[in-house]
Design a protein around this ligand. Sequence first.
Ligand SMILES: Cc1cc2nc3c(=O)[nH]c(=O)nc-3n(C[C@H](O)[C@H](O)[C@H](O)COP(=O)(O)OP(=O)(O)OC[C@H]3O[C@@H](n4cnc5c(N)ncnc54)[C@H](O)[C@@H]3O)c2cc1C
Length: 303
Amino acid sequence: MILDCAVIGGGPAGLNASLVLGRARRKTVLFDDNKPRNAVTSEAHGFITRDGINPQELKRIAQQELKSYPDLSIERQRVNHVSKEQQLFRIETENGDIYKAKKIILATGFKEILPEIPHLEEFYGKSLFSCPFCDGWELRDRPLAVIAEIQGAYHMAKVASNWTSDLIVCTNGKQVLSNSEKESLEKNGIKINDKKIRSLIGENGSLKGIEFHGGEIISRTGGFVAAEWVQATSIGSSLGCSVNERGGINADRFQRTNIEGVFACGDTIIGGPSQLIIAAAEGSMAAISVNGELLEERFITAS
Ligand SMILES: Cc1cc2nc3c(=O)[nH]c(=O)nc-3n(C[C@H](O)[C@H](O)[C@H](O)COP(=O)(O)OP(=O)(O)OC[C@H]3O[C@@H](n4cnc5c(N)ncnc54)[C@H](O)[C@@H]3O)c2cc1C
């Protein structure tokens, strides 16, 4: 059987794309190996009606809803490779299964590369987070740190200052702030510590302090970490999808990439803020675009 669409990646982007395609009676398979980057956290915020939900519970509910649509199925396995053969895509999975599809939706998300700081992983997703909009409310009015050794430290510090007046930017020995940025932060009561971090201190995921080389320890109970982002898979690049300056796959407002028949949505397009609800909305748009193209092809062929 030739699928109308293969959706690769079953986070909110791929799940919502699948929901819309299933409801549109499009023969669709959703492939997911369930390794999202938010697996480190137990609460997701900012998604209306689901504020505070465990991300895996959100996924479970979504998968349950998809069961209502017989043209749609879920394959809980990784896609290893996708190639374009004339007008069809050939999808190869980790179990060696081969599928053919008319359209592809890439919803594979991205992976984060955290700064190399001892014990950081123990706190990430529990008291240190990636996005102030996602977790700032829970950390409000506490002594916080922004740990950022990449460009963007200034932006993250400005945004984080919304939730606390006691903020220290830690650049882990890197010079990532210009003089004017330092001046602006200091004018706004935000402190800067540019020493190399020796270790993070705390227990059970709750941060208590940051220890620097040289022995200084500052008391902090949470904060935000700027990570580098890379694509979770090389499927987009092997298909020839172009990328933006942040490494996200370029997609227009209909989620079309530069490769005909390939659509992309969610974190994988890394355009702006990374949020569950934005990913889900883009997934919906991608599905509607896929359906639109399939309709155009059918009606042109028929005329
Ligand atoms: C610590 C942390 C906390 C966060 N908190 C919030 C929050 O509170 N609110 C909020 O709105 N956002 C939050 N986010 C951001 C949010 O998790 C992402 O924006 C959202 O998950 C993006 O959805 P997505 O569907 O694009 O990608 P993902 O959720 O990353 O899903 C991608 C899926 O594709 C799968 N996949 C990848 N490659 C393949 C392949 N080759 N074959 C099969 N499957 C594949 C992955 O395993 C994964 O299941 C948080 C992120 C982090 C890291």
